[in-house]
Design a protein around this ligand. Structure first.
Ligand code: BES
Ligand code: ZN
Length: 651
């Protein structure tokens, strides 16, 4: 059955009416109709990170009616779930963590429910006894609940933590399994759900979500509140349900792209991402239609724990990518690419995270190549490859396989360069082997055939064998797919990328670091950010952990000559601070403190604390002191990671 546009609007209107709306706003959907692949039956993979049993009863739609209370730091209200169940099913199991459940209701009154024992990673199963139903019926189950102030997905920012300094801010981060800390649903990436929401916030603030905005201006409510309505008519994995509330302004950029952020940051953000529309066009030209209507970017306050998060229609991003010179825009290419790899074709479980991130990293580089040219894309490929080489040295061999076993572990542990860079390297290898034209045709078809469906490593192998390899035994053996996926490390077919622009950098690095030349000989001002990153990452071969290889005098020369005290590009600052910590270079500690207390991006924060920790008597007291200052500003995702290393500050 193909769904028409008017059918979608009607469905959303019915859903909204059933959810108890008193005011109906007709908004024409800009989302294309769903392809047949969206509704074909799904075989659910076993997800060790969810209590759900979707083969018995599953959630199809989530309707939220929530009020944000910035004093209590809670979201409270009702989640109404559309549920379908197999004949004879007596219960549905949902995922929750740290929620206060007040009541569960069916169409005819209260339903029995039970909240199970809490697992520190998975949270608690919420088992609801189903009312009587007829085969094929959609049941509506309403859960009255409230989040806790320490809900792990949510960060409630004080005005001081925002750019404006006057109003509070709230944002959510669902991936991997944190949506259950603010929405009681089946929180497994293989169980796609449509959603709608009414979010009530103080009058001074605006709510945005990873969905179509039905009431851009909001509707006036009681007690100085405004309500905003949203709908997502494409079925999405629940980790993509996202919300932000704050003093937000919007600047359009072209017809289907634009930027949201705090008013004082809008102009800079708009200028930085002026090529967003071109990126979407380039992505579509490569791998088929963009299926989500608009593509907007939300630049969050600096505590956002990730670089970016591919929430549909509205990528969430750290302000550290607004560098002023477009040097870090590949983050947008990455999150945009997830609109295909991740949001359309989704890892069925977190064991196959590489299907999201590896495909996306490959696709990101293709978008960069199309919009900014091959030289830039190649530089970024090399930086990614280098980072992979470093991680391969330290990860346990079992965790260097693409398909992971995460049983009993936090899915966050799969967030390594293996998924991103080894995954991308596999696709680069296939591309090189079969030629770009053939590879692109396959990849475009892969997204089309599997749109809105969960993907496993096994299904990927089936697809590529059926549609690309097609029984060619010589090709099969050259590709070494099983070795890439199921064996540790990199197979012999992997080829390191190279960049001409790095030749001069490597020469200058050798002259300064190894041959102890003056910093004035480094042609720094002629280099772009990627070249600067490459320079600062240079390490002598065979360096022992903890061994100094520069003198304090050399570091001071470098710091002064390259003006590193005043450096503002977060990637360059990060590279410099890593170098400084490795040498226990005291003069860089104030910059380190400023950096760690001014943003909460885990990719920067955790490695810096880890490096400090590795410096024993010198680094640990510094880490403890700075962490006590920084931790109150961090999102739970970042704080939890650093707690495991430094320990939570007492008191
Ligand atoms: N989806 C990820 C972020 C993520 C992964 C959050 C796993 C939670 C669990 C996002 O697309 C991502 O990879 N972000 C990167 C940026 C990118 C340019 C590599 C980041 O945040 O650093
Ligand atoms: Zn990603």
């Amino acid at each position: 059955m193909t769904r028409t546009l008017s059918g979608l609007i009607l469905a959303a209107a019915v859903a909204a009416t059933l959810a108890g709306c008193n005011q109906q706003t007709e908004v024409k959907s800009d989302m294309p109709p769903l392809p047949a692949s969206a509704t074909a039956p799904v075989v659910y993979a076993k997800d060790v990170h969810s209590y759900a049993q979707p083969q018995i009863a599953r959630v199809k739609h989530v309707d939220l009616d929530l009020t944000a209370d910035f004093n209590a730091k809670t979201l409270s209200g009702t989640a109404t779930l559309d549920v379908t169940a197999e004949p004879g099913a007596t219960q549905i199991i949902l995922d929750t963590r740290n929620l206060d459940i007040k009541a569960v209701r069916g169409p005819n009154g209260p339903l029995q429910y039970q909240v199970g024992a809490a697992d520190p990673i998975l949270g608690q199963p919420l088992t609801v006894t189903l009312p009587a139903f007829t085969a094929g019926e959609t049941l509506k189950i309403s859960i009255d609940y409230s989040t806790r102030p320490d809900a792990a997905a949510l960060q409630w920012l004080t005005p001081a933590q925002t750019a404006g300094g006057k109003l509070p801010f709230l944002f959510s981060q669902g991936q991997a399994i944190l949506t259950r800390t603010w929405v009681p649903t089946q929180d497994s990436p293989g169980i796609r759900q449509t959603y709608s929401a009414k979010i009530t916030v103080p009058d001074t603030l605006k709510a945005v979500m990873s969905a179509e905005m039905l009431t851009p201006e909001g509707e006036t409510g009681s007690n100085g509140t405004h309500s905003y309505r949203f709908r997502m008519t494409n079925p999405v994995p629940p980790y993509l349900i996202a919300l932000a509330v704050g003093d937000l302004a919007f600047a359009a950029d072209g017809t289907r792209t634009g930027v949201w952020t705090e008013p004082s940051k809008l102009e800079a953000a708009k200028a930085e991402f002026a090529e967003m529309g071109q990126m979407v066009d380039a992505a579509e030209a490569l791998y088929g239609p963009y299926r989500w209507g608009r593509y907007d970017l939300l630049i969050l306050p600096p505590s956002f724990p990730f670089g970016g998060m591919e929430n549909p229609r509205l990528t969430f991003a750290t302000p550290t990518v607004v560098a002023g010179d477009k040097s870090l825009v590949s983050l947008v290419a990455h999150e945009l690419a997830h609109s295909w790899s991740g949001n359309l074709v989704t890892n069925a479980t977190w064991a196959d995270f590489w299907l999201n991130e590896g495909f996306t990293t490959y696709f990101q580089n293709r978008i960069m190549e199309a919009v900014y040219g091959n030289a830039r894309a190649q530089q970024e490929r090399v930086l990614g490859w280098d980072s992979l080489q470093e991680q391969l040295k330290t990860l346990p061999a079992a965790d260097t396989r693409l398909h992971l076993d995460l049983t009993g572990r936090d899915p966050d542990e799969g967030m390594t360069d293996i998924a991103y860079e080894k995954g991308a390297a596999l696709l680069e290898t296939i591309e090189r082997t079969v030629g770009r034209e053939r590879f692109d045709a396959w990849l475009k078809g892969y997204f089309e055939r599997n749109a809105f469906r969960p993907m496993t490593t096994e299904l990927f192998l089936q697809d590529i064998r059926a549609n690309l390899i097609k029984g060619d035994a010589a090709l099969e053996s050259r590709l070494q797919l099983d070795a890439w996926i199921y064996q540790p490390g990199l197979p012999s077919s992997a080829v390191a990328p190279t960049s001409d622009a790095f030749v001069a950098v490597d020469n200058a690095a050798k002259a300064f670091f190894a041959d102890r030349g003056p910093a004035s000989a480094i042609p720094w001002s002629g280099w772009n950010t990627q070249q600067r990153q490459r320079f600062l990452q240079w390490r002598p071969a065979g360096l022992r952990d903890g061994a100094d290889w520069l003198t304090n005098q050399q570091l001071a020369d470098l710091e002064k000559t390259l003006n590193l005290k005043a450096e503002g590009n977060a990637e360059v600052v990060f590279g410099w601070l890593q170098l400084a910590i490795a040498h226990r270079y005291e003069p860089a500690v104030p910059k380190l403190q400023t950096f760690l207390t001014s943003m909460g991006r885990r990719k920067f924060v955790l490695p810096l604390f880890t490096s400090l920790w590795a410096e024993g008597d010198w680094g640990r007291p510094i880490a403890t002191r700075i962490y006590a200052l920084a931790r109150p500003g961090y999102h739970p995702v970042t704080a939890t990671s650093v707690d495991a290393l430094v320990g939570a500050p007492k008191g």
